[in-house]
Design a binder for this molecule. Sequence first.
Ligand code: FES
Length: 196
Amino acid sequence: MSNAPVINGRRRFLTAATAVVGGVGVAGVAVPFIASWNPSARAKAAGAPVEVNVSKLEPGQLIRAKWRGKPVYVVRRTDKTINDLAKHDSQLKDPKSDEPQQPSYATNEYRSISPEFLVALGVCTHLGCAPTYHKGDFEEKVEGVTDGFYCPCHGSKFDMAGRVFQSVPAPLNLVIPEHSFPTEGTLLIGVGQGEA
Ligand code: FES
C-alpha cells in the first residue's frame, strides 16, 4: 500500500499522456483538412485583381496585362475606331453580343464600360492563340475596316470591340473580363463595376 500514490501518480501521467497523444492525433487529422479548405497564398495571388495604369495610354495604343495567367489586351480606342464600330454589324457573327462573352455592364455596342477603352482577353475563341493587333492596316484582312485583331493560327478576325467576323473558324467574340475603373486612369481587371 505504501506505493499506492506512485501507481496513482503513474496512472495520472498515463492518462495525461494519452490525452496529449489523442490531441496530437486530432490536430494531425485537422491540419490537412484545413489546408485543403483554405486556398493557398499562391492560388489567391493567381486569382487576384490586377491594377493597370491607363492614364498615359495614347489613342490607338495597346498594352498587355496578365490576369489569372491569361493575356488581357487594353486598347485606348481612337474616335475613328469608336465611330467605325457601328458600320460593319452585317459582317459579324454576333454583333449585339447575344452570347454571354462579357459582363452585363459591357453588353453594349462597345462591349466595354467606357467607349474609349477596350478590355478583352487576348485569347482566340477558336483554339486559344493570341490574336495580333492591326492598327491602320487591317483592311488587308477585312475590306473597309482599318483596325482590328487577326489570329495567325487559322485566320480568325475580330473588330475593335473584340467581335468576331463571319467566315472564320472562331465561333465567339473575345471574352471581356470583369473590370472597373475605381479612379480615373486606373483600370482594375478582375473586379466588376459596382463590386469594388
Ligand atoms: Fe485563332 Fe484558330 S486559334 S483561328
